[in-house]
Design a protein around this ligand. Structure first.
Ligand SMILES: NC(=O)c1ccc[n+]([C@@H]2O[C@H](COP(=O)([O-])OP(=O)(O)OC[C@H]3O[C@@H](n4cnc5c(N)ncnc54)[C@H](O)[C@@H]3O)[C@@H](O)[C@H]2O)c1
Length: 263
């Protein structure tokens, strides 16, 4: 599906990869609702995009993905403002393994993504006035390969991988022409990554930063531009349904390596 003329809703679109996805969608002719709970970053991102690409390409909607009301309002407003929704990107996510944080990781990552997927399935469904479309969920390499540092985060992302694959083969998806895919990047250079690589002790369990840094060096770090290009490719290639896109950069290799599986 070409993104030209389409409408997208991107959660966590105010920063990092969500901001990159929003930029690439608008640069290729889409209109985007940036749904994020950070109003300041969200408003700034939207002002920047509309200045660069022309007024009315992006709107901001304050939305905490853990809130059913906020999320429903974001979908409703996007449809009212732009006339429909074709692409839903459930990208908002957090890390945290401390006693105080781990439950929020499940709430934001797993429950927030399933909530956004359910709303996407409703709005894109042809029985409810939709036209089919695409749902991209953001998981992580940590949701496929176990690592010793982030069990809760990995579990939340494994749940996203599995839920996406199940929805991808559901009757409603097949009947309405809804393609669901899940992105599983390794490390990407975003504010979240910069926090964890600079030693945010909440992010990893038993954080031995020497081991964590060796792990990061081994895996490599992608740029937001690289992952955004992979994202655009998966959105525009109609043969990709139930896709798990794994992206990593090998140490010393400037290229993004992609491993692809279909349901
Ligand atoms: N950076 C990495 O190395 C990496 C690797 C694999 C997967 N991921 C995943 O990619 C996604 C984006 O991460 P990023 O690295 O761009 O992080 P980021 O921190 O730069 O951006 C995350 C965005 O999500 C928003 N957000 C957080 N909680 C929210 C909530 N409850 N409701 C609405 N918005 C919320 C934040 O305000 C922020 O704008 C996350 O799901 C993350 O788990 C990141």
């Amino acid at each position: 599906m070409k993104v030209e003329g389409k409408v997208a809703l991107v959660t966590g679109g105010a920063s990092g990869m969500g901001k990159g996805f929003t930029e690439v969608l608008i640069a290729n002719g889409a209109k985007v609702c940036v749904a994020d709970f950070n109003s300041q970053c969200g408003e700034e991102a939207v002002a920047e995009l509309n200045k660069k690409h022309g007024a009315g390409k992006a709107i901001f909607c304050k939305c905490d993905v853990t809130s059913k009301t906020d999320f429903e309002e974001a979908f409703k407003r996007t449809k009212e403002e732009f006339g429909g929704i074709d692409i839903v990107v459930n990208n908002a996510g957090i890390g945290g393994e401390s006693d105080d944080k781990w439950e929020s990781v499940i709430d934001v990552n797993m429950k927030g993504t399933i909530r956004g997927t359910r709303l996407g399935m409703y709005y894109l469904n042809k029985d409810n006035g939709g036209n089919g479309g695409i749902i991209v969920n953001m998981a992580s390499a940590a949701g496929i390969n176990p690592n010793p540092f982030s069990p809760t985060y990995g579990c939340s992302k494994a749940g996203i991988v599995h839920a996406t694959r199940c929805y991808a083969i559901s009757e409603a998806a097949v009947k309405s022409g809804i393609r669901l895919m899940v992105l599983c990047p390794a490390f990407v250079d975003t504010p979240m990554f910069q926090n964890l690589s600079s030693g945010d002790s909440d992010q990893f369990i038993g954080a031995d930063m020497v081991k964590v840094k060796a792990f990061i060096d081994h895996i490599g770090v992608m740029t937001v531009e690289e992952i955004s290009a992979a994202f655009l490719e998966m959105v525009e290639d109609d043969s990709k349904t139930g896709l798990i896109l794994r992206c990593a950069k090998k140490t010393g290799n400037q290229y993004c390596t992609l491993a692809v599986e279909n349901v």
